[in-house]
Each structure stands twice: as C-alpha cells, then as structure tokens.
Design a binder for this molecule. Structure first.
Ligand code: ADP
Ligand code: TZP
Ligand code: MG
Length: 272
C-alpha cells in the first residue's frame, strides 16, 4: 500500500466534497476545532441542543463526540446524536477527553462505547489504557502512562471495544484489532498547546467522512495533521505562533507535499 498516495487522495476528496462534520465538543476547543475542520477543507457545525442534535447528525457525514467539558445534558445530547448517526450510517468519532481522571468521565466514555457504534476512538495512551482495560493513568486531560506500548494498546482496545482505536503520542498507533499502523509524523510543540488532541480528532473525522476504511482514513488523517505540525513548527517562534501556523499548514499543504511527507508503516497485518 502506498500511504503517501492514499493520504493525498483522501485530502483531495475532503477538499472536493467538503463534508459536514457535526461536533458535540468541549468549551475549551469549540473554536479551534471548527477552524481546524475548515482548514482541512471540511465544514464544521457545533450543535448541542437535545432538540436538534438528531436532525443535525443525520445531515452530517461524520459526528464527533468529545467529552472534554461534559455535563448531564451534554451526555444526553451525545447519546441522541450518536443514535441518530448510527441509524443513518453516519460514522461516529469519539474523543474520551480525561477518561480515567474522574468517575464521571470514565463512566460516560464507557457508556458511549457500550450504547453506540463508534467507528473511531481517538485518545491518548492513558485514556485508551483505562477504557480498554489494559491499564492507564490520566491526570486532568493528559496521559500519565499506560500498561502497554501504543501498538499493543491500540490492538487490544480495538478488539475489546469493537472500534478502530487511534492512540496518539510521539508515535501514533491505529488498529482495527487485526492490522496496526504506526504514524511517525508530528512535533513536540503539539504538546505545548491545548486542544491539539481534539483537533487531531476533528481531522480524523473529516477523513473518515470521505474514506471507506476507517483505519486507513484515521492513520492518513493523523499523518497529515502531524506533517502539518512539522511544517508549522519550522515557521514558529513558540506555542502561540505555532498554533496559528498549524492552521496555515493544514490549509496550505498540497496533496503532492503530503504524499512526500507522510511517514506511516504497518506494524502488523497490512499488505506491504
Ligand atoms: N511527544 C510528541 N512528539 C510529537 N507529537 C506528539 C507528541 N505527543 C503528542 N503528539 C501529537 O500531538 C497530538 C495530540 O496527541 P496527544 O497529546 O496524545 O492527545 P491529547 O492532547 O488528547 O492528550 C497528536 O497528533 C500526537 O501525534
Ligand atoms: C484543557 C481541557 N480541559 C477540559 S477539555 C480541555 C482541552 C483538552 O484538549 P486536548 O485533549 O486536545 O489537549
Ligand atoms: Mg485529549
């Protein structure tokens, strides 16, 4: 499989089709994830009201559920949106922000995974470690480590939870329970800006909206995002200018540049 060509094709499709991405997301990243969705070439809408989320989810090409600043009403809206998306065949992408840090977050992420069909679960190692049962620790919204490495963790999470699991970190690992891909793009400045995991999830949703294989779409999305971060870091003086440059790089990368910059390989199960 030629990962560079595949990622470039998916980027072209996002920009051509401009899929609507319905986000139920947190108060911290509401604006930056809408802008990341736009910079990729997709169309964001943020909608939380119980009265409208089912209708909006049915009209979308992907739904993002992000529990970063959850409360009871938002969880109810997430379940309604997720059920409508499942019924309409619209993929659901879950970001379990802070699962493992508090009971509420852990229980809510588990409930969403139990009651909905989640296409892609994107989280840090601690969050996925907790939710998969492999073991992990989470402090606030950050990973404090997991009981297994990324590849084993992604595979176990996918198998146990019935999802494509995308475990991010210095290297990202994406698995459907059989195949595991490693994504080696990225830059450490991503750890110096809040919301960069949530933005990664938004980019994954845009690629999953146009792709037929959620593992491949998620891996290509993370490579694109990580490569954009590499380009942005080269132009940045620190976290502030890096965040601005990241939007510019996501927007400005050409498919040919992406094809040349992608660093993905199969760790297990994929064709050569
Ligand atoms: N040490 C690192 N070096 C390079 N990229 C990283 C590093 N840590 C995380 N990233 C990247 O930052 C983004 C957010 O990942 P992560 O920090 O795991 O999520 P979260 O912000 O949800 O905890 C991902 O694109 C990931 O690849
Ligand atoms: C700081 C914070 N607190 C609640 S949500 C949030 C943003 C977390 O974003 P990310 O997981 O992408 O760093
Ligand atoms: Mg996060």
């Amino acid at each position: 499989m030629n990962w560079g060509e595949t990622a470039a094709d998916l980027l072209v499709r996002v920009r051509r089709e401009r899929p609507l991405i319905h986000h139920l997301t947190n108060l911290v990243v509401m604006n930056v994830t809408a802008n990341a969705t736009l910079a990729v070439g997709a169309a964001p809408v943020m909608a939380h009201a119980a009265e409208e989320v089912a209708e909006m989810a049915r009209a979308a090409r992907a739904v993002v559920l992000n529990i970063g600043t959850l409360d009871e009403r938002w969880v109810d809206s997430m379940l309604r949106a997720g059920r409508a998306a499942n019924d309409a065949g619209v993929p659901v992408v879950l970001d379990p922000v802070g699962a493992g840090a508090t009971e509420l977050r852990t229980r809510t992420a588990e409930r969403l995974l139990r009651e909905l069909r989640v296409a892609v679960l994107r989280g840090n190692a601690g969050e996925i470690g907790v939710l998969s049962g492999v073991g992990g620790r989470v402090q606030g919204v950050d990973s404090a480590g997991a009981a297994a490495g990324g590849a084993a963790l992604a595979r176990a999470a996918a198998q146990r939870l019935g999802v494509v699991a995308a475990v991010t970190g210095e290297v990202d690992h994406v698995s459907d329970g059989r195949r595991v891909a490693a994504v080696r793009n990225g830059h450490r400045l991503l750890t110096a800006v809040t919301g960069t995991g949530c933005m990664a999830t938004a980019v994954v949703a845009a690629f999953v909206a146009v792709g037929s294989d959620p593992l491949v779409a998620a891996a290509c999305a993370l490579a694109y995002y990580g490569y954009a971060a590499e380009v942005a870091a080269a132009r940045a003086a620190g976290p502030g200018s890096f965040q601005v440059s990241l939007f510019d790089a996501l927007y400005g990368l050409t498919p040919a540049e992406l094809a040349a910059g992608v660093r993905i390989d199969w760790v297990e199960g994929g064709a050569a």
